[in-house]
Design a binder for this molecule. Structure first.
Ligand SMILES: [Zn+2]
Length: 308
């Protein structure tokens, strides 16, 4: 494959946007969760955990070619979508619906990589089918075994991976995976009032994450195509190649709800509005709703008995 890097193993040395120059930037570090961000939005609390012990410091970053997906959706739309996700659900605790909770919704940029991934190579499987056969007048199970060798050719574009570890990766995938994102070259004016979260995953770990995700996805797709009951990977010779690696800032609205010792997140994509709310069900709310149902059913039964 000409034009592709030979292995993602070499991702860190093949980042095409690295330059030799460095800059010093002013950032805030949260003393509770460790999140580091450029505070363009003038936040008083941590973007993630809402803690107010922030320490200002200077860090050195290498100047990189950076891309950005500009915000299209407003904060008002984010609040509207969040309310839609929780307000009409009677089981969601009141704490999720309080104005003081909703007010913590933040407009931020999350760091990520976008890249093209191509996978080829062979995977061999042990496969088998169990069937009942008659032996000496008795019915017994017999397994027929097969060796299955499959060649693969997958393309993923764009392939996304978040480089901020403190927010669940699945949540980022659910909300930020977009087919045709509008990428613009980074410009200071695009982030003038939006805080920017700094990456906290080393390139070598990002490369390992990508390999793991790609491998998992490829193997599960290949397995679905094997029409046998048993299938076990015997040898995996998948080759993963990457191309067009871009460092991209993704626009999101983030709300962290800390409730009874757990953090729940609401995330909305600031470009297309795709969102996801992690919620929990409150015991009191379930009890109140159940009581309400019992009263309604009793009332209807009473009316039926009295008037029919
Ligand atoms: Zn924090």
């Amino acid at each position: 494959m000409s034009g592709y890097n030979s292995e993602l193993q070499s991702l860190p040395s093949n980042l095409d946007f690295n330059t030799n120059s460095e800059s010093t930037i002013s950032v805030f570090r949260c003393e509770k969760c460790g999140t580091v961000f450029q505070n363009k939005g003038g936040e008083k609390k941590c973007l993630l955990c809402n803690h107010d012990s922030l320490v200002e410091e200077q860090i050195t970053v290498s100047d990189e070619r950076l891309y950005i997906i500009p915000f299209i959706k407003s904060q008002k739309e984010a609040i509207f979508n969040y309310k839609k996700a929780v307000f009409w659900n009677p089981f969601v605790p009141m704490f999720f619906k309080k104005k003081s909770t909703i007010m913590n919704i933040k407009k931020i940029y999350l760091p990520s990589y976008f890249l093209e991934v191509h996978v080829d190579g062979n995977v061999s499987f042990f496969a088998g089918d169990k069937s009942k056969v008659k032996k000496n007048g008795e019915k017994v199970f017999e397994t027929k075994r097969y060796d299955v060798l499959l060649s693969t050719n997958f393309d993923y574009f764009p392939f996304f991976v978040s480089t901020y570890s403190k927010l669940p990766e699945e949540l980022f995938e659910l909300v930020c995976e977009v087919k045709n994102p509008i990428l613009q070259e980074y410009d200071d004016s695009l982030i003038k009032d939006v805080s920017v979260v700094q990456s906290d995953i080393e390139n070598v770990d990002v490369a390992a994450m990508i390999r793991e995700k790609v491998n998992k996805h490829c193997l599960s797709t290949i397995r679905k195509g094997i029409k046998h009951q048993l299938k076990k990977v015997q040898q995996n010779d998948l080759q993963i190649h990457s191309n067009s690696i871009k460092k991209v800032l993704c626009p999101v609205y983030l709300l962290t709800i800390s409730y009874r010792g757990h953090d729940y997140y609401y995330l909305m994509n600031g470009e297309n509005g795709r969102d996801y709310a992690q919620i929990c069900f409150g015991k009191i709310e379930i009890a109140i709703f159940s009581l309400f149902l019992v009263i309604i059913i009793s009332l209807i039964s009473y009316l039926i008995v009295m008037y029919l």
